[in-house]
Design a protein around this ligand. Structure first.
Ligand SMILES: CC/C=C\C/C=C\C/C=C\C/C=C\C=C\C(=O)SCCNC(=O)CCNC(=O)[C@H](O)C(C)(C)COP(=O)(O)OP(=O)(O)OC[C@H]1O[C@@H](n2cnc3c(N)ncnc32)[C@H](O)[C@@H]1OP(=O)(O)O
Ligand SMILES: Cc1cc2nc3c(=O)[nH]c(=O)nc-3n(C[C@H](O)[C@H](O)[C@H](O)COP(=O)(O)OP(=O)(O)OC[C@H]3O[C@@H](n4cnc5c(N)ncnc54)[C@H](O)[C@@H]3O)c2cc1C
Length: 643
């Protein structure tokens, strides 16, 4: 099961080796992080990042190994932006000459980059960005400027104190004419003494939600006061500006300017399963240790995992972790394919890839953020302690619902893709994840054939149910949209329904990828049979949660919906004996979990007791402030006390 989770034996070995390397190196200790102030926290992260870079070089780690190493260090920092956004932006949007000049510098970290797109006034609406890049023909330069307060770049990670360079997105102006938003490579700091270059205002945007997690990152603010950069620092794969000031667009679609976001959204989907599996591992292990009620004849109380209600909250999350792992893997292969096509100037699959990365990013991050919080509640009161590992994990994870495309905005992008697919149905056969929309007649006409709870243990029945629900919701939206004279007005008016239809489409993708994985990629019977149970749990849980959709579209009868729920209850009993094996298969080490409740050895209570004594308040019996502020209250005889 560990190999099935990792994707291959080799993938398991790489990840396992890097997890151990990090766990066994005292430099990467992280239990004390919550006690550090912001400056110490930040410096500590700089120290770890520098040490990690040394290890990567000394041990000659591969790119894959380096990624795992950074992952297990488990502290957001400037290197994330450098490797995941700055470098890919140059790779995807730079010309051959630009790549030749900038990539070697970036790949050896002689320069450190960030991705400066979002501004104080605009994040989602990229075309609304206000920073300007005005071409000056006399000097063959662009003049970068922040004309308003709201045009201040705001949020880019690593920008406040570390990055030496940034890809800055700005409106291109030539001879007073706007030519849309483009990316520019801008140097931010001196490579000698790290001071900000003239004309730039740089700073940190302030503390963020949680304590020891995202505050390790220096998210920054940046303002330009007429800063000049050479013309050849505009990323020119998509559009070019000549030294005469002529603007030209190549055959490459404009959307490629957004290509870095597609790449990172794919990574975020692949990472969702890491965060969810971590929370589920903690909650499952603790639910086996924790006992409440049910003692008979002085025997032990019931393990809380044996309560059906606990199972009904926990096991769908366990199943979701596996579903997200597999859909993340699938999306990665889709992305690798599109990347190769883009390099060869084949842009045909870009719209579908954009819809998949946007929609699955929204689906997986929302479910993971909610799932982590549910896991905290599944651990009762102790889940609220920092030492449970869950509050910090939640604080770290929850911004994923906003960054790299706010989730609702992303679902609306999926809706645009679906509406377009439906409106082209007459003359263009949909393919890939939208292929089912090419079979609308049977999907709209046939109803569910399930008659018993056992009938739900059938991948074909499940797939057809999810396809019919999505098709009916999408087609329904299409029909209602057609009633509007102005399609954009219609889209805005129906946006709530469109987001729900997009969610149905994305859930269909996750369910069908899970089934596909079982049918074609899991060898042997033992692992396959166990995963099958989780696959059914995932699908029937979604069906139960969204039964309103399935009933309202007329595909299911109330009786069939209730049979699905009956089957789900039975499935929970089948998950229970393997619950610990399922979470052990994630291969998460105690260092990575950073949770007293989720310890591999289950030794929760003594360690929880021990951890409490490490709190700085327990350094002495009488702490600073008691004599000054508490003793006087005790000693004074105040007015009301006399009455
Ligand atoms: C660094 C990360 C490391 C590891 C990952 C793990 C953890 C992450 C850790 C930390 C996070 C750190 C960094 C976070 C960074 C950021 O957040 S960077 C900023 C990200 N910003 C956004 O995501 C902005 C969201 N907005 C947009 O993407 C777009 O503007 C839009 C809302 C999608 C589209 O806007 P609009 O409606 O105005 O449309 P147009 O711009 O006119 O688009 C027209 C057509 O193009 C299609 N389109 C849009 N985007 C894309 C795309 N990316 N690829 C392909 N096609 C695209 C759009 O659908 C339209 O199509 P049409 O309808 O067919 O014409
Ligand atoms: C931790 C973190 C790290 C970040 N790192 C970076 C970085 O490195 N570089 C960078 O450039 N940016 C970064 N960002 C910024 C991030 O990309 C944006 O915050 C994100 O894209 C969301 O945009 P917004 O803040 O403008 O949200 P808004 O769009 O203002 O969202 C506010 C609300 O409006 C709704 N809304 C907006 N538009 C629509 C619409 N058309 N229809 C319906 N509802 C709508 C949204 O659903 C949401 O509920 C980071 C943000 C965070 C939190």
């Amino acid at each position: 099961m560990k190999v099935a989770w990792a994707g291959s034996r080799e993938a398991f070995q790489v990840s396992d080796r890097m997890a151990k390397l990090v766990a066994n190196d005292p430099v990467f200790e992280k239990f004390s992080k919550p006690m550090l102030g912001r400056k110490e926290l930040f410096k500590n992260t700089l120290r770890k990042a520098a040490y990690a870079w040394k290890l990567i070089n000394d041990l000659r780690l591969t790119e894959e190994e380096a990624k795992w190493l950074r992952h297990y260090i488990d502290e957001p920092n400037y290197t994330d932006l450098h490797w995941e956004m700055f470098v890919p932006a140059i790779e995807g949007q730079g010309t051959k000459e630009q790549k030749k000049k900038w990539l070697p510098l970036a790949q050896t970290m002689q320069i450190i980059g960030t991705y400066a797109q979002t501004e104080l006034g605009h994040g989602s609406n990229v075309q609304g960005l206000e920073t300007t890049a005005t071409f000056d023909r006399q000097t063959d330069e662009f003049v970068m400027h922040s004309p308003t307060l709201t045009s201040s770049k705001w949020w880019p990670g690593g920008m406040a104190k570390v990055a030496t360079h940034a890809i800055v997105y700005a409106r291109l102006i030539i001879d007073g004419l706007f030519h849309g938003v483009h990316g520019f490579i801008v140097q931010l700091r001196s490579l000698e003494d790290h001071s900000p270059l003239p004309g730039l205002t740089l700073g940190d945007i302030g503390m963020k939600f949680g304590h020891g997690t995202y505050n390790t990152m220096d998210n920054g603010v940046l303002r330009f006061d007429h800063v000049r950069i050479p013309r050849n620092q505009m990323l020119m794969r998509v559009s070019q500006v000549t030294k005469e000031g002529k603007y030209a667009q190549s055959d490459v679609p404009r959307q490629l300017l957004y290509g870095t976001m597609v790449s990172v959204r794919q990574t975020i989907v692949a990472d969702a399963s890491k965060a969810l599996s971590r929370a589920v591992c903690i909650a499952t292990r603790y639910s086996v240790v924790r006992r409440q009620f049910g003692s008979r004849n002085g025997g032990p109380e019931t393990q809380v995992i044996d309560y059906k209600t606990q199972q009904s909250r926990l096991f769908p999350l366990l199943a979701s972790a596996y579903a997200f792992r597999f859909v993340g893997e699938w999306l990665k292969s889709l992305y690798i394919d599109v990347k190769q096509r883009l390099e060869a100037n084949d842009f045909s699959t870009l719209p579908e890839t954009h819809a998949c990365t946007a929609g699955l990013k929204a689906l997986t991050t929302a479910a993971t953020a909610d799932g982590i919080e549910e896991c905290r509640k599944l651990c009762g009161g102790h889940g609220y302690l920092i030492s449970s590992g869950l509050p910090e994990l939640f604080a770290f994870y929850v911004p994923a619902c906003s960054y790299e495309g706010e989730n609702v905005v992303m679902m609306l992008q999926v809706a645009r893709f679906l509406v377009k697919t439906v409106s082209n149905l007459g003359y263009k056969q949909p393919v890939g994840t939208a292929a089912y929309l090419g079979r609308v007649t049977p999907l709209l006409q046939n109803n569910c054939a399930v008659q018993t709870a056992e009938d739900w243990l059938n991948p074909d029945a499940i797939l057809e149910a999810f396809e019919a629900r999505a098709a009916r919701m999408v087609i329904g939206c299409g029909e209602r949209l057609a009633m509007f004279e102005n399609p954009e007005e219609g889209f805005a008016e129906l946006s709530i329904d469109l987001v729900e239809a997009s969610l149905a489409h994305c859930q269909l993708i996750t369910v069908s990828v899970f089934i596909q994985k079982l049918n074609h990629e899991i060898p042997g019977n033992g692992v396959k049979r166990s995963l099958e149970v989780l696959c059914y749990v995932y699908a029937l849980f979604l069906l139960h949660k969204h039964q309103g959709d399935f009933l309202a579209t007329g595909y299911l009868t109330p009786k069939q919906a209730s049979l699905a729920n009956e089957q789900l209850r039975t499935l929970y009993s089948k998950v229970r004996p393997n619950a610990i094996a399922f979470v052990d298969s994630f291969n998460h080490m105690d260092h990575y979990l950073c949770s007293v409740l989720g310890r591999y050895d289950g030794n929760v209570y003594p360690k929880l007791y021990e951890a409490a004594w490490k709190d700085p308040l327990n350094d002495s019996d009488i702490v600073d402030g008691i004599q000054q502020y508490v003793q006087p209250i005790l000693k004074q005889k105040l007015h009301y006390a006399k009455l």
